[in-house]
Design a protein around this ligand. Structure first.
Ligand SMILES: [Zn+2]
Length: 248
């Protein structure tokens, strides 16, 4: 019995060690040449975005792909020092036209969480990229595409069955269109419940991306959860680095 307890304790220590390291994850949305101050949580100019990427690299940050983090949580590799993941929510066209070439220029990586019912849609405040453009980004190895649900649903207002539909259908559509595994989900508005995390874990997702401290007290035992820092368009590169250093 004592031997078994020691073994169990050793396994817990090992698992904690494997999962302990987490990258700093930045959250962007649209890239726009001009925007009103009140929309700074959704927009940044191409110039400022490029400045953020260049400064992170100059300051020794490693902009890694989500795959590297998933390999790390599966125990396949160490997480590089000062790892940062760049994410974009909603799947805006500017992620393809502007962010993708900038990340390529700097040898960096990015991840976009798409709302599957809006892929290719121009009938919204900002246009969205198409599946063809998504496939081009994925095939480049620079961008990863994961789920932001089918309809950008507020999971706090949905039943377990409705959440299952949103997370499973979006996963299926992404995998069918892009030929990649979709095992990461970003909660729309950062909102989720314990029931949602259970359904997400049961639906084949390994990681749930959060937004700041939203739902910070929610139990997420069913799936690994990763906190993200929202980058506002009026933040300088120094602001972004100091946000990372202060842990948000
Ligand atoms: Zn969103």
């Amino acid at each position: 019995m004592k031997k078994f307890l020691c073994l169990a304790a050793a396994l817990i220590v090992l698992q904690t060690a494997v999962c302990a390291a987490q990258p700093d994850v930045l959250l962007y949305h649209n890239i726009s040449e001009s925007y009103h101050k009140s929309q700074a949580d959704m927009n940044i100019t191409a110039e400022d975005f490029e400045n953020h990427i260049a400064s992170l690299i100059e300051n020794g940050y490693n902009i890694i792909s989500f795959n590297t983090y998933i390999d790390h949580i599966n125990g396949l590799c160490d997480l590089p020092e000062k790892s940062v993941i760049i994410t974009f929510d909603d799947g805006y066209l500017s992620n393809y036209t502007v962010a993708f070439p900038i990340l390529r220029k700097y040898g960096a990586y990015g991840t976009v969480f798409v709302v599957t019912s809006r892929v290719g849609s121009y009938d919204t405040q900002y246009p969205h990229f198409t599946w063809k453009q998504a496939k081009e980004m994925v095939d480049s190895g620079i961008m990863s595409i994961y789920s932001h649900t089918v309809s950008h649903t507020n999971m706090l207002e949905r039943s377990a069955n409705e959440i299952a539909y949103e997370v499973r259908k979006s996963k299926y559509i992404i995998e069918k269109n892009l030929g990649v595994k979709c095992n990461v989900l970003a909660a729309p508005h950062g909102l989720f419940s314990k029931t949602a995390t259970f359904v997400i874990g049961e639906s084949g997702y390994d990681v749930l991306c959060r937004v700041g401290d939203i739902c910070i007290d929610e139990n997420t035992d069913s799936v690994i959860s990763l906190r993200r820092y929202t980058v506002h368009g009026d933040m300088s590169a120094a602001d972004v680095i100091s946000m990372i250093n202060q842990g948000g």
